[in-house]
Design a protein around this ligand. Structure first.
Ligand code: TRP
Length: 333
């Protein structure tokens, strides 16, 4: 039986945190066996807010290398850059003709980003979810792992797929969202009520996959704890619960085992041990990433192979779409 298709997309706009790692990336190893996986770096999406071109280029290599270091298998899965597959931009155009400005301007993220980047409210920002719909629909994806903030965009993707199918006949698979079921939810070390985020203004709230040992230890030392002194999980103890989860995911021990291990220990001692476990867990990944990064030629070659595989799949859908809407296929003579 054919495996289901998963398309995962991420913008190469800076660092990843241990929250991204524990919440998603760490589960890829099993995911890559159960599904046909496509991992796309949404570099075209990043241009909807101002980017420094050199920085964008560097971030793209960084993230590709990090993915590989985390165990993404470029043979089992398809790893590629959105901009390497022209079909994404081409399908966006067609989907634009079935998208309404009203529904796009109502998107929460468009409204948020318009406020945040008031000096740069561009058409791309408004069209962002249509490009995302193209990303997904081109591959007939069954499942799309996303954060809660992208749920509305996936709803729109489904709407556009259904709208197009109704108008032109069955063309697109209508995808399902996969929200946060893949892995653990990791919270900020400073405000354990909030998700750990790389865009947190307070760098002590998150641990980057790039932080060195001293930085990791310092951030855990400063991590917010709760009243009381016990090391146990509970709704009244969001800080300690988060630290227990982080420790258990990096050490491979269950949360119960972790609670037992630290019975009677003090908060300071516990936080030090969590920091050590995290530092030990991310160090080999960072080293491997830096090793891979030295060989740009290798990364370029992998991305080129990934683009070929992605384009083959994407173009099949695009040809079908062009035909359905009545564009005359080019006959090569
Ligand atoms: N918009 C997504 C985000 O910022 C990234 C993304 C682009 C994406 N295209 C996608 C995610 C396709 C899933 C599928 O998180």
């Amino acid at each position: 039986m054919d495996k289901k298709i998963i398309l995962s997309g991420i913008q190469p706009s800076g660092i990843l945190t241990i929250g991204n790692y524990l919440g998603a990336i760490k589960n890829w190893e099993t995911m890559q066996d159960e599904y046909d996986c496509l991992f796309m770096l949404a570099d075209l999406h990043t241009l909807t807010v101002k980017q420094d071109p050199a920085r964008l280029r560097a971030n793209t290599y960084e993230l590709t290398a990090l993915y590989l270091a985390c165990g993404l298998d470029p043979v089992k899965s398809v790893l590629f850059l959105q901009s390497h597959v022209p079909a994404h931009a081409e399908l966006t155009w067609i989907l634009n003709t079935v998208s309404y400005p009203g529904e796009l301007s109502r998107m929460t993220q468009f409204k948020d980003k318009s406020l945040k980047h008031a000096d740069n409210i561009n058409m791309g920002l408004m069209d962002y979810p249509v490009l995302m719909a193209a990303d997904i629909l081109l591959y007939q994806a069954d499942v799309v792992p996303i954060g809660a903030d992208q749920k509305q965009h996936l709803e729109l993707t489904r709407d556009l797929a259904v709208r197009f199918n109704n108008r032109y006949g069955e063309t697109f698979k209508v995808p399902e969202a996969y929200i946060g079921k893949m892995g653990a939810k990791i919270y900020s070390l400073q405000e354990p009520g909030r998700k750990m985020s790389k865009s947190d203004e307070n760098p002590n709230g998150f641990v980057s996959m790039d932080d060195d040992e001293a930085t990791v230890l310092r951030k855990f030392k400063r991590a917010v704890t709760d009243s009381g002194s016990e090391i146990r999980r509970g709704e009244d103890k969001p800080g300690i619960t988060n630290l227990i989860n982080i420790y258990s995911l990096f050490s491979g021990k269950s949360a119960e085992e972790t609670e037992r291990e630290f019975e009677g220990a003090g908060y300071a001692d516990f936080k030090k041990r969590v920091g050590e476990a995290v530092a030990a867990g991310i160090e080999p990944i960072r080293a491997e990433k830096n090793r891979i990064l030295k060989d740009k030629g290798y990364i370029d070659k992998l991305l080129s192979e990934g683009a070929d595989r992605a384009a083959y799949l994407a173009n099949k859908t695009l040809r079908k779409v062009y035909k359905k809407v009545g564009l005359v296929p080019r006959v090569k003579g």
